[in-house]
Design a protein around this ligand. Structure first.
Ligand code: ASP
Length: 322
């Protein structure tokens, strides 16, 4: 794996390999000293053009636990505010020779573009409405941890599917792991043709009972026009996941940040069925596994794009974890 741009690039075997590696790293996170020397001397650049709490902090922690050096770059407060383009910013920061760039932008396809501009391994940490592959991986990890196996599970992804990169990546990842996926929400927030990804579509929650897992999405008001939902109150009345709609046997997931009282009621967020905090915890070990997969055993960034060495490190190589 040279880059992680889209969950589409990972077949089931690759997803399982990363999840298994993450499980091994979970053991490191339980130690008193939560660090391994695996990526000592490597540099990870976090390049964020959009707000982030979970993703940025967990990539930083993941890189540090692998002993890599980390540079955090946020567009606000940088020369981006003076009009520097994404390309010039990437080329400028590439002078520091990062081995990996973790990139979040509001632009679909930006991560793929950046992968052509420099020799670093690119990790897509969210590109507009397009994809968020590490979120999908950490959600697979969390579900596998809770259910044992995802095979045959029914997962309902509920809410603002139209603006959600998480929905796209998760529909693909959950199905690759053998789940049946249904997306549900108001017709204005379900993109036309979404069923070509293999999922079912519902415009009501009448059959929500059939789900083993309810995955609620944030209402992405920053990407939404006024015409898409008449009001958040109306949305909540029809689609909010609350104690009335969630049955006790169902697991509840959400990628965060949650609009408390909009897509989820306070009581379900705080219920034992919610695995939202476990998702955040999984984020660190899964991102460690992704950085490991991309960087361990590779040459530094001086090699030209497309000339990176194939991964030679077995996922379960114990010496790397010593
Ligand atoms: N944190 C996720 C993302 O960056 C979900 C969200 O923002 O609603 O896509």
């Amino acid at each position: 794996m040279n880059h992680l741009l889209s969950i589409e690039d990972l077949d089931r075997e690759a997803i399982e390999r990363i999840i298994a590696q993450a499980a091994r790293f979970a053991e490191v996170s339980d130690r008193e000293i939560k660090k391994v020397p695996t990526l000592r001397g490597r540099m990870v650049l976090n390049l964020f053009y959009e707000a982030s709490t979970r993703t940025r902090s967990s990539f930083e922690l993941a890189a540090k636990r692998l002993s890599a050096d980390v540079v955090n770059f946020a567009a606000s407060g940088s020369s981006v505010e003076k009009g520097e383009s994404l390309k010039d910013t990437v080329l400028t920061l590439s002078a520091h020779k990062p081995d990996a760039i973790v990139l979040r932008t509001p632009w679909a396809g930006a991560a793929a573009l950046v992968s052509q501009w420099c020799g670093a391994a690119i990790v897509n940490a969210g590109d507009g409405k397009h994809e968020h592959p590490t979120q999908a991986l950490l959600d697979v990890y969390t579900l596998k941890d809770r259910l044992g196996s995802i095979e045959g599970a029914s997962v309902w992804i509920v809410g603002d599917v139209a603006h959600s990169r998480v929905a796209r990546s998760n529909i693909i990842a959950f199905q690759r792991m053998g789940a049946r996926v249904t997306v549900a929400g108001p017709p204005t927030l379900i993109p036309r043709g979404i069923e070509t990804l293999g999922c079912e579509v519902r415009f009501t929650l009448d059959e929500l009972d059939s789900a083993d897992v309810v995955y609620a999405l944030r209402m992405q008001r920053e990407r939404m026009g006024d015409t898409q939902v008449p009001s958040l109150r109306e949305y909540s009345a029809l689609y909010q996941i609350n104690a009335r709609r969630l049955s006790p046997r169902q697991l509840l997931m959400h990628p965060g940040p949650v609009n408390r009282g909009v897509e989820l009621s306070g009581e379900v967020i705080d219920s034992p069925q919610a695995v939202i905090t476990a998702q955040v915890e999984a984020g660190v070990v899964v991102r460690m596994a992704v950085l490991y997969e991309l960087l361990a055993g590779r040459r530094g960034p001086s090699s030209a794009p497309g000339q990176r060495e194939p991964s030679t490190v077995a996922a379960d190589e114990p010496r790397q974890l010593a």
